[in-house]
Every structure is written in structure tokens, then in C-alpha cells.
Write a protein that binds this ligand. Sequence first.
Ligand SMILES: CC(C)(COP(=O)(O)OP(=O)(O)OC[C@H]1O[C@@H](n2cnc3c(N)ncnc32)[C@H](O)[C@@H]1OP(=O)(O)O)[C@@H](O)C(=O)NCCC(=O)NCCS
Length: 147
Amino acid sequence: MPVAVRTAALNDVPAILALEQEAPGAAHWTSEQYNKLVGRGVVLVAEEGGRSCGFIGARAVAGEWEIENLVVAARVLRRGIASELMRELMRRAQSEAASAILLEVRESNLPARGLYEKHGFREVGRRRGYYADPVEDAILYALRFDG
Ligand SMILES: CC(C)(COP(=O)(O)OP(=O)(O)OC[C@H]1O[C@@H](n2cnc3c(N)ncnc32)[C@H](O)[C@@H]1OP(=O)(O)O)[C@@H](O)C(=O)NCCC(=O)NCCS
């Protein structure tokens, strides 16, 4: 079944929370935090057969977009859905003249790191002991549009 990517609305937040809570590698937020991100940032959802199967959320700070979270449902992993979400986010960032997309990820999260590297992100730094439970370094990635 084809996957459609669209802008999230406030009534997508319960499905976004359900996806996020099933994904151990994801950042965990409250519905209030997602409501704010939907209102002030860019949240895209992927749908298959009318059912949400993934989302990506970002916010723009002074021309730099920061990816806050990205999750694809376990039942549909490795079918290119995160890549579709990422490509659409990149299109939107470029169309709004963003200078870069930035993110941080747990060092051990090899699926996510593989995804980011496939889409041209480069490792630009490390925050030691940034994550808790378990304590782990964050790897910082950037995709620059301004060379
Ligand atoms: C990371 C995640 C979003 C990838 O979603 P996905 O839809 O399966 O990804 P795609 O099918 O688009 O994969 C694109 C590329 O990512 C990399 N990748 C994805 N899953 C991978 C895995 N299990 N192992 C290694 N590389 C992987 C590959 O380079 C892949 O390209 P390929 O299939 O041509 O080899 C998904 O695994 C997920 O939701 N994880 C839990 C939440 C999370 O960790 N989010 C990131 C927070 S920073």
C-alpha cells in the first residue's frame, strides 16, 4: 500500500504519542510538548491505508532546523518510510531557505545514524554523557545547505 506524507494537525498528536511510546530509541515527550511542536514547528506524518505509521518533528531556530524526533512503527521498518519523511522535511527546509538541518542521536542508535548518513548528514560533534538511562554520548549531525 502506498505511503502518504502530510503535515500533522493537533488531532494527530495521540497517534504520534502512541508511535513514540512503542519506540525505545525515540525521545519521549508529553502530549503538551507535541501540541506545541505541531503549532510552532514542522511535524510530518506518514500514513498507510489511513493509519499513521511514522512521523518526524522539527523546529526552526534562526534559520537552522533541528530534528526533535523521528519514529517509524515497528511493523513497517526498513521500507523507506523514514527516508520519505526525511526527504519531505529536507524539501520544506530548503524551500524556506534554511541554512542547515541539525540533530543529535544516541551513539548506539545505528539504524538512525545509518539513515542520517544515507541522506548526507555529517558528524559534527559529540556531547559526552548527554543521555540518561542509560548514560550515553550524543552524536551531533548536520546537513548544511549553504556549503
Ligand atoms: C531510525 C528509524 C526511524 C528508521 O526508519 P525506517 O523507515 O526503517 O528507515 P528506512 O527504511 O527509510 O531506512 C533508510 C536507511 O536507514 C538505515 N537503516 C534503517 N534501519 C537500519 C537498521 N536496522 N540497521 C542499519 N541501518 C538502518 C539504512 O541506511 C537504510 O537504507 P537501506 O534500507 O537502503 O539500507 C526507525 O528505525 C525507528 O523508528 N527507530 C526508533 C526510533 C529512533 O531511534 N528514532 C531516531 C531518534 S534520533
